[in-house]
Design a binder for this molecule. Structure first.
Ligand code: CP3
Length: 344
């Protein structure tokens, strides 16, 4: 029997939505913290295929999610393209910055990325072997705009101002950067699929800061290019796009990019997304992650509301963004019970 997530991505309306969770392998789980301590730091964990496969499997063993997402990070591609990357504790990622055309030209050619990324493909191969037969394996990358925001600023920023500045003052350099990331992403994801990833997700976490024509040029167009190239190479490959906080940009996003499913964040209501986004196909989302910290009756109510709002069309249950380190693992189980059994 076809896996539930693949059925939903194919447009089927299931009696119970399949479920997985963004950042489901992460610091809220004691077993993740233990394996991470064994690996040393976060990047060593990403590049250690046995341990990265182990942390990918941990939430599957504990909760029986319908999908496993490869354990890696969207910033490994910039590193493979030649950026320096490190994670300073408590402060998030740091990278060398790109501020002009010379910086873009100094990046490595796209063909060189596999030298750095080959351990990730090995993680995928291990997972394809070890996952339970009913669990779908999701590979992923960052979308070009989001990856570019980190490469230009050298860090996460609240408003992505450095990337906006480069975009608005040196369009050729910014476009060259977007193009290089787009090409690298196609090669990276294609190798994940060859290694055994069954579904691909593109994370555009900062899509919401692109307005008007910029949204079309830097959220829609690069996603459409990547999706078309992947589908040409891997016919039938299902792809989930996540233009986070895209607002009105969510409307028609699937059609404009060729994505099979659009992941919805929790800045919009599930009723709005059902009416305006689910009409064109499968959606994923969108329980607010704070419920995984707080739990209680509000969690039950909010989870039921998401299931009900999306119940008439194809739907994959998920959070609206990644689970946070403060989350209580018991609340995750409660969410699953409510979604799968309507738990009273
Ligand atoms: O979802 C999963 O379980 C799969 C693995 C995964 C990670 N990052 C592991 C991770 C995925 C899919 C990502 C995507 C990612 N990484 C995004 C897009 C999704 C989103 O959350 O918006 C972004 C923007 C990044 C970049 C990144 N990586 C940041 C900003 C940080 C630091 C912030 C933080 O949460 O600490 C990371 C680190 C990171 N990536 C962790 C994990 C489990 C925490 C690192 C640790 O163990 O210390």
């Amino acid at each position: 029997m076809t896996k539930t997530i693949l059925r939903a991505l194919n447009g089927e309306v299931l009696p119970t939505p399949p479920i997985w969770m963004m950042r489901q392998a992460g610091r809220y789980l004691p077993e993740y913290r233990a394996t991470r301590a064994q690996a040393g730091d976060f990047l060593s964990l990403c590049y250690n295929p046995e341990l990265a496969a182990e942390v990918t499997l941990q939430p599957i063993r504990r909760y029986g999610f319908d999908a496993a997402i490869l354990f890696a990070d969207i910033l490994l591609l910039p590193q493979a393209l030649g950026a320096d990357l490190w994670f300073s504790t408590g402060e998030g990622p740091r990278l060398s910055t790109i501020t002009d055309m010379a910086g873009v030209q100094a990046l490595k050619p796209v063909g060189a990325i596999h030298d750095t990324l080959s351990p990730i493909y090995e993680t995928v191969r291990i997972l394809a072997r070890e996952l339970p037969g009913e669990t779908t394996l999701i590979g992923f990358a960052g979308a070009p705009w989001t990856v570019a925001t980190y490469m230009v600023a050298g860090r996460g920023t609240p408003d992505q101002a450095p990337a906006h500045l480069l975009k608005d003052t040196d369009r050729p350099a910014f476009q060259a950067l977007i193009d290089r990331i787009t090409e690298g992403t196609i090669e990276y994801l294609s190798m994940q699929v060859q290694a055994g990833a069954e579904v691909i997700k593109l994370f555009d976490s900062w899509a919401g800061s692109l307005k008007g024509q910029d949204f079309t040029d830097f959220a829609v167009k690069p996603a459409a290019t990547i999706i078309a190239a992947l589908k040409a190479r891997h016919p039938g490959l299902p792809i989930i796009a996540f233009p986070r906080e895209g607002g009105e940009g969510y409307i028609g996003f699937a059609r404009a990019t060729g994505a099979d499913c659009v992941a919805i964040d929790n800045s919009v209501t599930p009723e709005w997304a059902a009416e305006h986004v689910q009409v064109t196909g499968c959606v994923q989302g969108n329980l607010a992650p704070h419920h995984m910290v707080e739990g209680g009756p509000a969690l039950d109510d909010a989870a039921r509301r998401v299931v009900k709002a999306f119940g008439k069309g194809p739907h994959i249950f998920n959070l609206g963004h990644g689970i946070t380190p403060e989350a209580n693992p018991d609340n995750v189980q409660r969410m699953i019970d409510v979604v799968r059994e309507g738990a009273a």
